[in-house]
Design a protein around this ligand. Structure first.
Ligand SMILES: C[S@@+](CC[C@H](N)C(=O)[O-])C[C@H]1O[C@@H](n2cnc3c(N)ncnc32)[C@H](O)[C@@H]1O
Length: 305
C-alpha cells in the first residue's frame, strides 16, 4: 500500500494527468531498475476483498464481454489478461478461444487466480510496470481498472502494445471519477479527492485520458465508448461501493483528508434510503496493432535498444 504523503496540492481537475516523465518513444525501458513500490490500494488478503471484486466483476463483465465480442477474436487466439483480479474474464476468454487458444492471466497479487482451473489458462505473478513479456506474442490484450491505480500510465501502455502480435487487439477499460467528483451529494462527492490524496499515484481521470492515449499508440481501427454507474441503495452496486469506501476509510483518515466521522458517513452513504448518486464512468478504448512490420514497434519494450 502506498505511504501517506504530504498534501499533493489542489484538486487535479478533469484533465488527464500528463506523464511526469518524457515519452520513452518506441523502445522504452531497457533497464526498468529495481522493483517499484506497490501503488495499489486494495490488498487481496483483506476480509471483504473477494466479495468486493466479485461485485465488481458482476457489474462489469457484461459490458466487457460486449466490447470483446465486437472485436471478433478467432478461436485459437493467444490472450493476455493483465491485473486479472478474480479472473472471471480470463476464464471466459478460455472458453472463447477454445482448447487451441491460450490465455495468460497476470496479477501482482495472483492468489485468486491460482485457484482457477482451465486447461488453456496460465497464471503468472507479474507487475505490468516492470516485468518482461515476450514481444509480439498476443492476439488480444485486456486491462480493466488497472491503470487508474498506477503512475506512468502512457509508458505502461506502450510496453503493453509491444507485446501485441501484428493484427492483435488491445482493449483497455478504465473507471473515471469525473461524474462522481461533480455529484450533487456533498458527502459522496468528497470521496474522489480523499482517494487521490491517499493514493496520489492513481488517476481521477484515467477513463477520459484513454480517449487521448489510445490515439498515441499507433494502432488501427481505434474506437471507444463509456457507461455510467448510478448507485441505488439496496443494490449490488451499492454494496460494491460501500465495501470500497470501507476499505479506503483508514487510508483516507490517515492522510488527514477525512475525519473518522466523515469516513463513516461516506461508507454508509450508498446504503442510505434517500441516496442516488453517480459512481464511476467506465470508459473502454480499443485498437489493433498494424500489420506493417516496423522496426520501432516489433521489439519488446524490454529489449535493449
Ligand atoms: C480494481 S482490480 C481489477 C481486477 C480485474 N481487472 C477486474 O476488473 O475485475 C485491479 C487489479 O490490478 C492488480 N494490480 C495492481 N497493480 C498491478 C501491477 N502493477 N501489475 C499487475 N497487476 C496489478 C491488482 O492486484 C488487482 O487485482
Amino acid at each position: 500500500m502506498s505511504q501517506p504523503v504530504p498534501d499533493p496540492g489542489p484538486d487535479p481537475g478533469p484533465d488527464p494527468e500528463p506523464d511526469p516523465e518524457p515519452d520513452p518513444g518506441p523502445h522504452p525501458d531497457p533497464d526498468p531498475g529495481p522493483d517499484p513500490e506497490p501503488e495499489y490500494a486494495f490488498s487481496h488478503s483483506a476480509a471483504d476483498e473477494a466479495r468486493r471484486l466479485e461485485l465488481f466483476q458482476a457489474r462489469l463483465d457484461p459490458l466487457t464481454i460486449r466490447r470483446i465480442e465486437r472485436l471478433q477474436l478467432s478461436r485459437g487466439a493467444r490472450c493476455l489478461e493483465i491485473g486479472a483480479g478474480r479472473g472471471s474474464i480470463a476464464l471466459w476468454l478460455c472458453g472463447l478461444v477454445g482448447p487451441e487458444g491460450e490465455v495468460t492471466a497476470t496479477d501482482i497479487q495472483p492468489e485468486f487466480l491460482t485457484r482457477l482451473s482451465a486447461a488453456n489458462l496460465t497464471v503468472r505473478q507479474h507487475d505490468v510496470r516492470v516485468d518482461p513479456m515476450p514481444a509480439g506474442s498476443f492476439d488480444f490484450i485486456h486491462l480493466r481498472a488497472v491503470l487508474m491505480h498506477l503512475e506512468h500510465r502512457m509508458k505502461i501502455l506502450r510496453r503493453v502494445v509491444s507485446w501485441l502480435a501484428p493484427g492483435g487487439w488491445l482493449l483497455v477499460e478504465e473507471p473515471d471519477f469525473g461524474m462522481w467528483q461533480a455529484d450533487y451529494d456533498p458527502v459522496w462527492a468528497g470521496h474522489p479527492r480523499a482517494w487521490h490524496e491517499a493514493f496520489p499515484h492513481g488517476s481521477l481521470s484515467q477513463g477520459r485520458a484513454l480517449l487521448r492515449q489510445i490515439h498515441n499508440l499507433e494502432l488501427a481501427e481505434v474506437g471507444a465508448d463509456a457507461e455510467l454507474d448510478v448507485v441505488t441503495p439496496g443494490s449490488a452496486l451499492a454494496e460494491f461501493y460501500r465495501l470500497s469506501m470501507s476499505a479506503l476509510a483508514a487510508p483516507s483518515v490517515a492522510t488527514g483528508v477525512l475525519t473518522r466521522e466523515e469516513a463513516a458517513a461516506l461508507t454508509a452513504r450508498p446504503t442510505d434510503r434517500d441516496f442516488l448518486g453517480c459512481g464511476f464512468a467506465y470508459f473502454g478504448a480499443w485498437g489493433r496493432r498494424r500489420f506493417i512490420a516496423d522496426h520501432a514497434t516489433s521489439r519488446s519494450a524490454d529489449d535493449p535498444a
